[in-house]
Write a protein that binds this ligand. Sequence first.
Ligand code: ADP
Ligand code: MG
Length: 466
Amino acid sequence: MDLPMKNNLNVNIDKNFNWEIIQKELRNQFGNEIYESWLKKIVFEQKFTNHILVSVSTRFIRDWIVSRYLDQILGIIKKFNKEIIRIEFKIENKVDFNKNDNQINANTKISFIKDSFLQYNRIDQNKSFENFVIGESNKLAFEAAKKVSEKIAHYNPFYLYAGVGMGKTHLLNAIGLKLKKDKKVTFISAERFMYQFVKSIKSNEMVKFKENFRNSDVLIIDDIQFMNGKEAMQEEFFHTFNALIDKDSQVILSADRPPNKLVKIQERIKSRFSGGLVVDIQSPEHELRLKILKTKVDDLNILYNEKLKLSSDILNFISSEIRNSIRELVGALNRVASFARIYDRVPNINEVKIILKDLLNINETKITIDNIQTLVCKYFKISKNEMLSSRRSRYLVRPRQVAIYLSKILTTKSLPEIGREFSNRDHTTVIHSVKTIERLKVENTEISNGLNHLKNQILYKNENEI
Ligand code: ADP
Ligand code: MG
């Protein structure tokens, strides 16, 4: 297909795209420690024309690899396959996935066989009222959801709104979970609803589509803000909606905003949405954030043999820093837990700061190579001129390597860019420095303490203190 590539060399390489060779090279270039702890976990999935797809088991591992090693990995792959310009990661958490899948299969088996329409009707066993943690900001929503699940068609429709990651899907799911014991529940995202709608038109299955929705006792549609345009679909939705309400089926909706703020949705639909009970979840207060963290830590400890003993300092730190959404908060905790699993110990507060760097309210632009150089020079008591000179005295080489290493892990600059800021050093010098410090950090506690101290200073120092 790609004629220009049909010179011998490329054809051979293409045929031989060989992940094993690349892995060997990764081990060579990064050294055993990094390879064993991180890069070995990358599973090659597929090669495309200009990119490859790989998978790792958690987001944390992906973020770690991408933020630290991506450039270099790509460089290595390019050595063997020039045409590759990008690496795409997917998260393949095989254990969890299987577990969930079994649960779901067992639970919706009957509808699965009966009707392929219901394949998307996946209610998550793990999102219930019981494990929804309540605080000031979400109490009203929780109680309303509970009422709806106790007596359907009383508040109809029930419309729940809040920003992303605040627990909307969790509450909707909890209602579905409870009601599906004796009611026919359909739980679908608005996007999925639109997709099914279009698919049904194309395959002449509109009758089935209508029946499926109109036969529900409880119709739950998540993220209704994504329903837009498409007159015909809105028409169908409007009729389904009215038919359901008329026959006292419960309709439950969630969105990221109140009904009157929805865009591209017909006025009459919006006004129908406002006709029942409208409740919102507000930003979680500190107490709730802390309570959620503690609950999740307890859950994780049951799963991982009580290994996640996080100090109240760390819990307080995370709950004070991650304020925007509960999803981020839970995500932050999961990263800390992944670290604990990989290293078989809980991280200290400095390590937590680094693990969560991209989620914290740190002004990234403050972290410049120039600042890193300044702080490293101050720490080692050398001048910047000395650091940037070509002199190779030992008392200069080590600080230089430390500054290069920190530039690599704390900024998003590429190896050549870092080299340039160190008096035009070659990128191989940069690699060498990074490797040396990676090694010393393990062997030499003085260096590793120094690094922690410096990282902390770089990440948290006030601009005017520098
Ligand atoms: P949304 O749908 O509003 O974007 P989700 O319901 O998906 O948010 O919530 C994001 C994550 O946070 C989920 O893992 C959910 O279980 C968790 N979560 C949200 N609120 C709570 C809460 N009050 N108690 C426990 N977990 C919560
Ligand atoms: Mg959601």
